[in-house]
Ligand binder design. Sequence first.
Ligand SMILES: [Zn+2]
Length: 163
Amino acid sequence: MKIDSYRNQRWLESTLDYIWNTHFEDVPRANNVEIIFGKKAKRRLGSIGLDKDDPGTSIIRINPIFKDLDVPEFVIVATIVHEMTHYAHGFNSPLEQKQQHPHRGGVIRREFAERGLEYMYIEQNAWLKENWPGILDKYFEPTAYRRRNRPVKLKLPWWMSGL
Ligand SMILES: [Zn+2]
């Protein structure tokens, strides 16, 4: 997949550093944390995992469809904040694990709110609901994720199935 965009590896890294310095300055960078574009996906916007070759390194993977300039920057920033929240909560990071489950109980939204970013959480959800299916049409066969044009009904937002 080739998308012409200023959103390259260097941009990803500086965006992560910016978010860390401005909104997560209280969270220690306790190991090596990398950020890369992963595989394109319909539902997984981002993920955080440990490097299988080097478990001392955490890797944040971002959906490469986010290089598409029809996706506003705040949607990507919100995705990085989401993955940073998992890191801060001790999921796939050396930090103390704060709760049993990475998503249950509204912990992600609460973390956005405590960091003054609840508006971003809300706007990301609204933007995805409105625009993500249209973006996916450019990169996937539409029928692969929609059945007879009816929206998929799930309790959780369907684009949030990743960790
Ligand atoms: Zn998550």
